[in-house]
Structures are given as structure tokens and as C-alpha cells.
Design a protein around this ligand. Structure first.
Ligand code: ZN
Length: 314
């Protein structure tokens, strides 16, 4: 279990967030009053972005320069919603890059992505077989592995270049979004997808539909509360501020999923896996921090399993 330490950042915000967690149906007016209070105290500003909770009031918690894109650098801020605590990247990223095949995060190399096997292992502990959908499958490495393991697996991605490479390799992948999928699945995977999608409520609603009554979702997103991001600051690879709309903590991830949809988070852990290996002393230190952070529940990736309200509990 992860301690929800970011709830206590400010007593006033803690009270507001507690009211969100309570989810009282008639609490919208109370939220507004609390927002006004926070604005009058100079804690929060209006920003030109609406949080999924309905608020446009944010407090800037972090600013930096991202230099993980070769020669380019990118100035960004992280702003926290004053009502629900969900953090987002400023300026808000556009999602045009995916459909045009220009996404920085897209690999497009057919092979065996190293994260596919651990993800499939995690799925197999809960779902022995059946229909599997990988949303944001890129070239379909996980799909290929799942097929070998006996799943009826398929993948979708918005990136036409990645899908073309996957299909060239004979994999059952296609350009598409979760909205356009028919039927239901025993397992749906979204490996580093949620943080890219602007319309989070719509995505979660599509996910719930795709899970039918008993399907499970296996979700992976970066965790800014991990040990590595706290050590590395704006150098942490997981910010990806030109593409990541949302920046999650374990607490804000759980709160967002469970307030924006009827889905339940039945398992939540962290892994120390996002940072790629480095050479020399830096590489040794990174590996040590990754092992330490995983062992102490402070990994830089959140790994969660989501279930529908109708499914049996974990
Ligand atoms: Zn919010």
C-alpha cells in the first residue's frame, strides 16, 4: 500500500481533496467555495486548461527544462489541480503527434521490447487466457508474445508507422482507438498510454466498456513520486512534457480512476523501470536506485490492475 503523502501538502488542499474522495453528490458548490478561498489566499491561479474534475484552478509546483530529446530542449511546468490534486504538464501537449506518426515516445522497431515479458507474466497471474487487447501496442511486441502464450491477442495504436511495421511482421495490429473497438476482452493493457490522453473520462469509459463484466485492465504510467524523479529533477525521462498531459502519483492515479469512472483499482504497486540503463558510474547508481526504489515501493512507474464494479474483488 502506498502512503498518500501528497494529500498533506497543504491543510486547505487536504480538506478539499478529502471532500472529493468523499464524492458527495451535492458537493460541487462546496468545491467552488474552497477554490475561491484558495485563489484568495494566492495559492491557486486560473489556467487555460480544465481538469477532468471540472476545475481550471492550479498551483504551479515544478518547472524545468527537459533535455532528453537529443539536441532539443523543452521548457515546462507541472501544475497541480487545486480541487482534486491531479497534476498536469504546462503547456498542455497536443495529441496530433500520434496520428501523424511523429511521436517522440514511439519506438517503431520490431523486436522483443524488454517490458513485454514482465507485463505478460503479470497478466497471467490473474488472467489464464482469452481475449487480450494491447492499447497503444506500437509494433505489437507484447501482442506477439501473448499469441505465443496462447492468448487471442490483438493490438491497436494511433501511430500509422508503428502499425505498418507491426503488420509487416505479420502481427494482428491495426490503427485505431479504444472507442472504436467492438466486443469485450478478458485483459486490456495500456502500457504508458493514460498519461498521453487528454480526455481521461472518455478513455476510462471506453475501457470499462471493453472489459465487459469480468475483464481486467493492466495499466502502467510514470510515477513522479518515485525515488529517481526526486533525485534527477527535470532530468527524469518520465516527464516527457511535450507528450505527457498528466503526471500521476499513486494517490492521484487511484483517485482519478475511481472518481472519473466506476472502475476499481484492485492492485497498485510501483516498479523502478522507466529510466534506461546508463554507462559507467551513472549506470551503476541508476541500477542501485532502481532496485532500492522497487524494494521500498518508490519506483518511478505505477503498475495497476483495474476491475469493473461487477467483477469479483481481488
Ligand atoms: Zn482536478
Amino acid at each position: 500500500m502506498i502512503a498518500e503523502t501528497d494529500l498533506s501538502r497543504s491543510p486547505a488542499i487536504g480538506v478539499v481533496i478529502a471532500s472529493v474522495i468523499a464524492r458527495q453528490p451535492s458537493s460541487h458548490h462546496a468545491w467552488d467555495l474552497n477554490e475561491e478561498l484558495l485563489v484568495s489566499q494566492g495559492v491557486c491561479d486560473m489556467k487555460n486548461a480544465i481538469c477532468p474534475c471540472g476545475s481550471a484552478r492550479y498551483t504551479t509546483v515544478f518547472s524545468g527544462t527537459y533535455r532528453r530529446m537529443g539536441d532539443d530542449s523543452y521548457d515546462f511546468e507541472v501544475a497541480e489541480c487545486c480541487v482534486c490534486g491531479l497534476r498536469r504538464t504546462m503547456p498542455p501537449p497536443s495529441d496530433v503527434v500520434y496520428k501523424s506518426g511523429q511521436a517522440h515516445s514511439s519506438e517503431r522497431e520490431v523486436g522483443a521490447a524488454p517490458w513485454s515479458a514482465p507485463i505478460l507474466d503479470a497478466i497471467k497471474t490473474r488472467v489464464p487466457g482469452g481475449r487480450l487487447l494491447d492499447v497503444g501496442c506500437n509494433v505489437g511486441d507484447l501482442v506477439a508474445l501473448a499469441l505465443e502464450a496462447g492468448f487471442d491477442a490483438q493490438g491497436i495504436d494511433l501511430d500509422p508507422r508503428a502499425i505498418a511495421a507491426g503488420r509487416q511482421a505479420g502481427r494482428p495490429v491495426q490503427v485505431g482507438s479504444l472507442d472504436s473497438q467492438s466486443g469485450t476482452f478478458d485483459a486490456v493493457v495500456m502500457n504508458h498510454v493514460l498519461e498521453h490522453v487528454v480526455d481521461l473520462p472518455r478513455l476510462l469509459s471506453s475501457l470499462q466498456r471493453a472489459l465487459g463484466e469480468t475483464g481486467l485492465a493492466f495499466i502502467y504510467v510514470p510515477n513522479y513520486t518515485g525515488l529517481l524523479p526526486r533525485i534527477m529533477g527535470d532530468s527524469w525521462i518520465g516527464w516527457l512534457p511535450m507528450e505527457h498531459v498528466w503526471q500521476f502519483s499513486p494517490a492521484s492515479f487511484r483517485r482519478s480512476v475511481e472518481t472519473l469512472s466506476s472502475l476499481r483499482v484492485v492492485e497498485l504497486a510501483t516498479n523502478g523501470v522507466i529510466e534506461p540503463p546508463s554507462q559507467g558510474v551513472k549506470g551503476v547508481l541508476k541500477r542501485a536506485v532502481a532496485v532500492l526504489s522497487t524494494a521500498t515501493g518508490q519506483g518511478d512507474e505505477i503498475a495497476a490492475v483495474l476491475a469493473t464494479p461487477l467483477a469479483g474483488s481481488a
